[in-house]
Write a protein that binds this ligand. Structure first.
Ligand code: F6P
Ligand code: MG
Length: 435
């Protein structure tokens, strides 16, 4: 089967188009402003500004220098992809190259520049914290809900299947928050959909829903190991952790492995240290109004870590510019082969968010009725059981019933006056896909 093309930065109908022309420059300008507050920022500021010019002027995508590759070995994989794209005669400038690859490459350029002087500095830290703080009410509500149900569970009064679906949903819509989108939306737009009533209304917006299959698989497996590949820090990670606490508490799994990013990524993605920060925030009276239910969540979580039931890991693979067909024993990435061994022994690997979904489907122009299993290539057959939970914030989407895309294109064009295909980048719809 020949593969569809990648979404490209010069596709006028794609969200890629405005992303590389408006959103990335804004993200970079913000980063420059943030580093300006550090000691002796001139060199780093100059390098970031040069990168900004490259983007604005549609310059060529250049390889990482040997010195950079020596200090950060993962960058070699970027140079390899660049040379293979070049051999396929794919245009490689900021406004024309494949969207997914250039987006990953951009964050690695920012990271390499900042690391050259401030190895530990997370340029997006303040944004992540500000956003989590604005979610105080929803955080509190969910903590109380979780505590109430854990009492029901202990008293054997809980309907575990119903609760499973509720927490899966909470975890799914937690993905609506993404700070890279704040570059052109208001906080309010990005944060909507976080309370129970709104979630219920949004049920019809889940366009492909394999939650029955996930439930059937998980509930029939003894001593399950669950993995979750996190996306955004703060509120989304909080919903992910609650879902994982729930699975452990009701015995739907025995262990959980939580996967984080090794570096600042896509503005809001979670690094290991962000989980420590999140836990500290829950019990910090200056951060959230103090509440015993928040302390309950904090202590339950800390308890599972102490018992070794939950472990937190970060691996280089997640911030490479490679799609997830490289998670394969025969794949050509050593990082991918190593991680494959881990994930193949998992009962379910929950993969969160938009960027991860784009990597699962290689960000190709699949017809939207393509089966999920066809779009994920080798991953469909190599023993990793993937459950993608994603709100749609980019063009690629598969597994939809016939006619849905056409209907939504029409609706979106009528409602917004924008290109109809942009419904799929709005974050208003979602998919739960299991293979
Ligand atoms: O598609 C829009 C976008 O902001 C991309 O820049 C990035 O791929 C993604 O969404 C980030 O979303 P998420 O945090 O859900 O992966
Ligand atoms: Mg993200």
């Amino acid at each position: 089967m020949s593969l569809p093309e990648f979404y490209l930065n010069n596709d006028a109908q794609s969200f890629a188009f405005s992303t590389c022309r408006e959103r990335w420059p804004k993200i970079l300008r913000d980063a420059i402003e943030t580093v300006s507050e550090l000691d002796n920022p001139e060199k780093v500021k100059a390098s970031l500004s040069k990168l900004l010019d490259e983007i604005n002027e549609d310059g060529p995508i250049v390889v990482f220098a040997e010195k950079e590759v020596q200090t950060i070995p993962g960058l070699l994989s970027y140079n390899k992809v660049l040379s293979s794209l070049r051999s396929e005669k794919i245009s490689l400038t900021w406004h024309t190259a494949p969207w997914l690859f250039t987006e990953c490459y951009l964050y690695r350029r920012i990271d390499a520049i900042i690391k050259s002087q401030y190895p530990e500095f997370d340029v997006f830290h303040a944004k992540k914290q500000q956003s989590f703080k604005t979610q105080a009410a929803a955080v509190q509500d969910l903590a109380s809900r979780y505590r109430a149900i854990s009492e029901d569970i202990a008293a054997k009064k809980a309907n575990v299947e119903l609760l499973f679906r509720e927490f899966l949903d909470i975890c799914l819509w937690g993905n609506k928050i993404d700070l890279s989108l704040l570059a052109n939306k208001t906080q309010e737009e990005v944060h909507s959909g976080q309370n129970a009533e709104e979630r219920q209304k949004a049920e019809k917006n889940i366009l492909a829903n394999d939650s029955d299959k996930i439930w059937a698989h998980l509930s029939s497996t003894k001593s399950a190991r669950v993995d979750i590949v996190l996306d955004n820090a703060g509120f989304e990670t909080y919903t992910d952790l609650l879902f994982m606490l729930f699975l452990l508490t009701v015995g739907l799994c025995e262990t959980v492995t939580v996967h984080c990013k090794t570096r600042p990524w896509m503005v809001s993605d979670t690094m290991k240290k962000d989980i420590d920060i999140l836990l500290a925030d829950l019990v910090d009276e200056d951060f959230f109004p103090p509440h015993e239910d928040l302390k309950f969540i904090h202590d339950t979580f800390a308890g599972f870590i102490k018992e070794g039931k939950m472990s937190i890991v970060d691996l280089e693979f997640w911030t490479l510019g490679l799609d997830y067909t490289h998670l394969d024993p025969e794949g050509d990435s050593e990082y991918g082969r190593e991680l494959y061994k881990e994930l193949a022994s998992s009962t379910v690997v929950f993969i969160k968010g938009d960027l991860n979904y784009r990597k699962l489907t290689a960000d190709r122009k699949w017809p939207k009725t393509t089966k999920f299993s066809d779009a994920i290539g080798r991953l469909a057959h190599n023993g990793i059981r993937v459950a993608a939970l994603r709100t749609c914030k980019a063009d690629v989407c598969v597994g939809l019933p016939e006619g849905v895309d056409e209907e939504l294109c029409k609706l979106w064009a009528e409602q917004t006056g924008e290109e109809g295909a942009l419904w799929c980048s709005s974050g208003n719809w979602a998919v739960i896909s299991f293979n």
